[in-house]
Design a protein around this ligand. Structure first.
Ligand code: SF4
Ligand code: SF4
Length: 340
């Protein structure tokens, strides 16, 4: 069902949905930004249209609504363990096309990358539905068109906003909380961006043996400060560490958590004996870049990066990941010319 309604009526439907769902959308958290006196826009629970921030890109992706930054898996004593329960209400997430395509990549890793599905991811993911927010125009640093992630149709509700009018394309009838409200039936397509402010030259194929020792990675040894912000803002980074927390009151009792990890941060590749596989930042940058535009594609047939541009937005050292992709393409072209 496709309909057009006023913001007040949209809010009435949201209020009804709130009884059964936790509703997440990009939201402004004042004075919580990285620098003093700055805000952060990240996913949080909302109750009304007014709370959603739609005219700016969120600093963090919606990934944290499905894959918590810090997730307790089980509690343990010396003799036994008990799994945590997931008895929360289902989740409804408002997100853009790049991020809905990001969910496909996270699903690929946690649900379709081996014999077993990830149990802890799956039990949350099973309870999540999506509202696709149409993008009438591109934001700074977005390159979703180059990554073929500017469009998505696997949504439960699609939404366009035109001033005080909201357009909804409701595919999941169970989510239609507006049925008996004041609306007009209309035909429309969810907005999607056809052109970003710049294009990225994404390589069709990468010769890893050639690129692995290329001098292009050397500049990152000094520029990258290994803060991990690029990974934590990314909708498709899926790595985590395990942490056992022993309670102060009784050191034989505790909990096991999985916590987001970053391949750019020191210690990520450290093993027993103190060896580290990627000591230099340039090596870590190469690893991240190859994972996003080569390794994942070799395995699953499509690129991991969705071109949301958040890593470029967030890097305190102004390192541009999209430029790294361009550099890989340039190096591959030079390689081909050498071989002619
Ligand atoms: S690598 Fe950067 S541009 Fe690509 S999906 Fe992650 S944050 Fe977005
Ligand atoms: S955000 Fe920038 S400085 Fe920080 S780890 Fe990523 S590339 Fe390095």
């Amino acid at each position: 069902m496709k309909l057009k309604l006023k913001v007040d009526d949209f809010d009435s439907g949201l209020k009804r949905l709130k009884k059964d769902y936790r509703i997440f959308a990009p939201k402004r958290f004042e004075k919580m930004g990285t620098y003093s006196d700055t805000d952060v826009i990240r996913y949080g629970e909302i109750s009304s249209f007014e709370e959603m921030v739609l005219d700016e890109k969120s600093d963090f992706s919606p990934k944290e609504t499905m894959l918590p930054i810090n997730q307790v898996l089980f509690y343990f004593t010396e003799e036994e363990y008990r799994e945590t329960s997931e008895k929360k209400k289902p989740v409804l997430v408002f997100l853009r096309a790049c991020d809905l395509n990001g969910v496909k990549r996270v699903d690929q890793i946690y649900l379709n990358n081996g014999i077993e599905e990830d149990y802890y991811y799956n039990r949350v993911r099973n309870n999540v539905k999506f509202v696709l927010i149409g993008c009438p125009e591109t934001f700074r640093n977005c390159f979703c068109v180059s990554m073929d992630s500017n469009k998505a149709d696997n949504y439960d509700i699609g939404m366009n906003v035109r001033g005080k009018d909201i357009y909804l394309d409701i595919k999941d009838d169970g989510l239609n909380a507006w049925k008996d409200l004041d609306f007009e039936e209309v035909d429309f397509e969810v907005d999607y961006v056809k052109e970003n402010k710049f294009e990225v030259d994404v390589p069709e194929k990468v010769d890893f043996n050639y690129i692995k020792d290329h001098e292009m990675w050397d500049e990152y040894d000094s520029r990258c400060i290994a803060c991990g912000r690029c990974n934590f803002s990314c909708p498709t980074c899926t790595c985590f560490n395990m942490q056992d927390i022993f309670y102060r009151e009784n050191k034989n009792v505790g909990e096991r958590r999985r916590v987001w990890a970053s391949c750019q941060v020191e210690g990520y590749t450290s093993i027993a004996g103190g060896h580290s596989f990627r000591d230099k930042q340039g090596q870590r940058m190469r690893f991240k870049t190859m994972h996003k535009i080569h390794d994942f594609k070799e395995r699953f047939g499509y690129n991991m990066c969705t071109g949301c541009g958040r890593c470029d937005d967030q890097c305190p050292q102004y390192i541009s990941f999209s430029t790294s992709i361009d550099k890989v393409s340039k190096a591959m072209r030079e390689r081909e010319e050498e071989n002619v």
